[in-house]
Design a protein around this ligand. Structure first.
Ligand SMILES: Cc1ncc(COP(=O)(O)O)c(C=O)c1O
Length: 452
């Protein structure tokens, strides 16, 4: 076999062909293997492919715009489709959003959001406000700045010495509360940990707080107490700090609303969009920027000091418009709510509770923990061991899941998500459940056999 020339990385070729498959195509909600296997795709391009593979309308929109114009020097010219898209993105987002700009990846957009927050305070003659507060665990993309504000130990490790030191507050994962409290009857100690961190850093030094409204890869779909995000916004307002909502994974109806912040009527200062913004058909991301930033001190600066080659791409705008068009009547979001609930209910009922714990999530962002303590001395286990094994077992059963680890404050704590397309049917939800149950039972059986 010819040597594989792709550099193995976290998201590419780190375990190619482990179950022998080469992917030759995608069809609807399935990936097609060269050996004829059909895999129900519940990883969905890491949560991007909300309409599945081969969506004709989006492909046609991209083709049509590509024939007309793909890029233009947006510094010197304007372009109707780019402006129309910005308008529609704002209409789709939380009510206070007043400007939008597009980039190419979630990581670019995270990076841009941090720079925008710093420029906001710089323009207000508060240059000392340069600290960004994050949470542990969390994931905000793979650039050095994104890793710095993020709290994903394994992904940070090789770069630790050069990462910015950003204070980290507690997560707000109610089913594994760090303070040992019960959701909705606590005093929101997790939100208080944000205020404590702000006070520790000195509010006059803090530019922004960045949060994933529902933590994705780092905790596998952990919705907070409904009072949490409104309280975090209030804390930020009290200290004149910007709130950045990283909705790269939660945006575009994944959780049943356009953006997860909208479940709790929270209007962040900056919303970061990625992944499903293009349904996976174009490398596209965006920032939605709230009135406080647009009409605040930055208004005196001529512009945001940030630019990238693929910013304001007309091709990206065409794809983005086609996605918004599909989401406009709310039926897909409603399907995400209904199918997500159905999936959680059937997973809770059918998955072996010796292995799978705490099924959770919102809409079609569904996660669970893979608890290994029954099998062996946890200390001896390498992190990710069980989530990767479950992934392999699921592949053998024709299902692709999104495995991860690190929920237990570091690298330990295995978990996984199912991120099905939002257009998934009841039959496919049943199929995902049956395949995952079979995979979990396969794993359980192998582990039980190999027990000393
Ligand atoms: C919450 C969040 N932010 C940022 C990113 C980075 O996006 P990308 O991989 O497109 O750079 C991701 C990707 O998984 C994410 O889940």
């Amino acid at each position: 076999m010819a040597e594989i020339c792709v550099l193995p990385s976290r998201t590419a070729y780190s375990t190619p062909g482990e179950v022998g498959a080469r992917i030759v195509g995608g069809q609807g909600h399935y990936l097609l293997g060269a050996d004829g296997t059909r895999y129900l795709d519940a990883s969905c391009g890491s949560g991007s492919l909300i309409f599945g593979h081969g969506d004709e309308k989006i492909i046609d929109a991209l083709h049509a715009q590509s024939r007309k114009l793909t890029l233009f020097p947006s510094r010197h010219f304007s372009c109707e489709i780019v402006e129309r898209y910005a308008r529609q993105l704002l209409d789709f987002g939380p009510p206070n959003m007043s400007r939008a700009i597009t980039f190419s990846s979630g990581s670019d957009a995270v990076e841009a959001s941090l720079k925008l927050a710093l420029q906001h305070h710089f323009a207000a003659a508060r240059p000392q406000r340069r600290k960004i507060l994050g949470r542990n665990p969390s994931y905000h993309g793979n650039t050095l700045a994104g890793l710095g504000v993020g709290g994903f130990v394994a992904r940070r490790r090789p770069y630790e010495p050069v990462l910015a030191t950003c204070a980290k507050a507690s997560h707000a994962h109610c089913v594994a509360c760090e303070f040992g409290l019960q959701a909705q009857s606590c005093a929101l100690e997790c939100a208080r940990s944000i205020e404590d961190a702000i006070i520790e850093e000195g509010p006059e030094n803090v530019a922004a707080v960045i949060v994933e409204p529902i933590v994705g890869a780092a905790l596998s779909a952990a919705p907070p107490d409904p009072r949490y995000l409104p309280r975090v916004l209030e804390i930020c307002r009290n200290h004149d700090i910007l709130l950045i909502a990283d909705e790269v994974m939660t945006g575009f109806a994944r959780t049943g609303r356009p953006f997860a912040s909208m479940h709790w009527s929270v209007e962040p200062d900056i919303v970061i969009c990625g992944k499903a913004i293009s349904a996976g058909y174009y490398p596209l991301s965006a920032l939605l920027v709230g009135e406080r930033v647009v009409h605040g001190p930055l208004a005196r600066d001529k512009y945001f000091q940030n630019g990238q080659t693929f910013s304001c791409s007309p091709a990206g705008a065409a794809v983005g418009l086609a996605v918004l068009d599909r989401l406009a009547d709310g039926r897909i979001a409603a399907n995400a709510t209904r199918m997500g609930e159905l999936l959680r209910v059937s997973l809770r009922k059918e998955l072996p509770s010796e292995l799978i714990k705490r099924v959770r999530g919102m809409g079609l962002m569904v996660g669970f923990d893979i608890s290994t303590s029954e099998f062996a001395n946890r200390q001896a286990l390498s992190p990710g061991r069980y989530s990767d094994r479950l992934q392999r077992a699921a592949l053998r059963r024709g299902l692709v899941i999104y495995p991860s680890s690190g929920s237990a404050r570091g690298e330990a704590g295995d978990h996984a998500m199912l991120l099905l397309p939002l257009t998934v049917s009841e039959r496919e939800v049943q199929e995902a459940t049956a395949s995952l149950v079979a995979a979990a039972n396969d794993l359980l059986e192998t582990e039980t056999k190999s027990r000393p």
